[in-house]
Design a protein around this ligand. Structure first.
Ligand code: CU
Length: 226
């Protein structure tokens, strides 16, 4: 009888433990896919981690840095121009095919080039639509960036190894979704059954990452559009 109670207690303790999930995202060729946004949905009740509600995106050497940012719904994203020349920020919801859903609804603003010894020109916007936003610049057509507004508290950007560790998930059924700036269509979600402690899943996608824009090489290089 005592043994029964002890096992029942152990089961109860196990049930309250959180699960961790390592997701490895592969591209169409089975290689690690960098810059994938991994989203996990769970309908199991329990505590939720707080989403990221503030983020900074800089414009530096003709790039948006970071190239991909993940935030929660209604997060405030600040844009700072660290270059000595002006940039535009065109900010809008991105649809399939990597284009703006409705360019007429985009937000646009210009950030002046940085003056020596002065704070960079900056502006911020609240992103109130879930899903991907596309960032671009009128002056420099090669500039592209993305902000993914997550509708789940378990969302993270993967590194070049294609791996993401999501923590404090409830045990039980969950779904893994992947988003990537270069995806052509939305892939199907992957169902996972999470146990207490460490879990791992590998998601093979049909995505082929586009070649990334090279970092501007030297300080004295001439930049297009100047
Ligand atoms: Cu620009």
């Amino acid at each position: 009888m005592r043994a029964f109670f002890i096992s029942a207690l152990m089961l109860a303790a196990a049930a309250s433990q959180a699960a961790d999930l390592t997701v490895t995202v592969l591209d169409r060729n089975g290689k690690p896919l960098a810059d994938a946004v991994v989203l996990v949905d769970s309908s199991v009740t329990g505590p939720r981690p707080a989403p990221t509600m503030e983020a900074n995106v800089s414009q530096e050497k003709l790039r948006f840095i970071p190239a991909v940012t993940v935030v929660g719904l209604n997060a405030r994203v600040s844009f700072n121009n660290l270059d000595t020349w002006d940039h535009h920020v065109i900010l809008g919801v991105m649809g399939p095919g990597g284009v703006y859903v409705d360019p007429g609804l985009n937000t646009q603003f210009r950030l002046a080039g940085r003056l020596a010894g002065k704070a960079p020109a900056s502006d911020s916007k609240v992103l109130s639509q879930p899903g991907p936003y596309l960032l671009a610049c009128h002056i420099h057509s090669s500039m592209r960036g993305h902000v993914y507004v997550s509708d789940t508290p378990w969302a993270k950007l993967g590194g070049i190894d294609g791996k993401v560790l999501l923590q404090a998930l409830p045990e039980g059924q969950a779904r893994v979704r992947i988003w990537h700036p270069d995806q052509l269509v939305e892939g199907a979600a992957t169902a996972v059954l999470l146990a207490a402690g460490a879990n791992a899943v590998t998601v093979k996608t049909q995505i082929v990452a586009a070649r990334r824009q090279r970092v501007a090489p030297a300080a004295d290089a001439s930049y297009p559009g100047l």
